[in-house]
Ligand binder design. Structure first.
Ligand code: NI
Length: 200
């Protein structure tokens, strides 16, 4: 158990270091990024939403996306982060309309459309749940630099756990990377930052 936590922590730290590096790079190259429209985090994806509709990243253009990768059977981190997302959005009032909250499953084997539909209801009323084939999920996670794997020692148990990095990504209306909020960001901190970025 300890080893697993340490492993997740290390994977998260590595991911955070990458994200911080990218954020730094993007600030330094803001001019280039703005004109070229390229993003180092995020990118094209093809998935299925919790209503069974096939969607791509292009369907989310025009609004910011707050993206979280996780899995519905997650006992702790995912529900905490999705609550933070929900409370944070609730605290910014009408500005929240500029943001589409998105939950992308890293456990397509168990996260069926029907299961996702039940799960997203527990959080923000506009939360979109996305799942897909293992290949589609792998491609989406790769685009967002998200690490995930079945936890070692799960064997063939249907109650397996997933190790996964835990970040809340804010993407811009053109699908561009804006910023990343590490696990443990408080709803207040999230709301404060979102307000600053979305106002005006
Ligand atoms: Ni989780």
């Amino acid at each position: 158990m300890k080893a697993r936590i340490v492993r997740i922590a290390l994977a998260s730290l590595a991911g955070l270091a990458i994200a911080a590096g990218i954020a730094w790079w993007q600030v330094k190259n803001a001019e280039t990024v703005a004109t070229s429209g390229t993003a180092s985090v995020g990118g094209p994806f093809q998935l299925t939403d919790h209503t069974g509709k096939a969607v791509t990243d292009a369907d989310f253009r025009g609004r910011h996306m707050l993206v979280y990768f996780g899995y519905t059977f997650c006992p702790d981190v995912c529900p905490t982060e999705l609550s933070t997302m929900t409370v944070g959005l609730d605290r910014i009032g009408p500005l929240a309309d500029k943001v589409q909250p998105v939950f992308i499953s890293v456990d397509p084997q168990r996260d069926t459309v029907a299961h996702l539909a039940e799960y997203v209801k527990l959080f923000h009323p506009r939360l979109t749940g996305l799942t897909g084939t293992p290949e589609q999920v792998r491609a989406a996670a790769k685009a967002y630099r998200v690490y995930y794997a079945k936890a070692p020692g799960s064997g063939d148990s249907p109650d397996y756990l997933m190790d996964h990095s835990s970040f809340l990504y804010l993407m811009g209306p053109q699908g561009n990377f804006v910023t990343v909020y590490p696990a443990g960001t408080t709803p207040d901190r999230l709301a404060e930052d979102l307000k600053k970025r979305l106002a005006g």
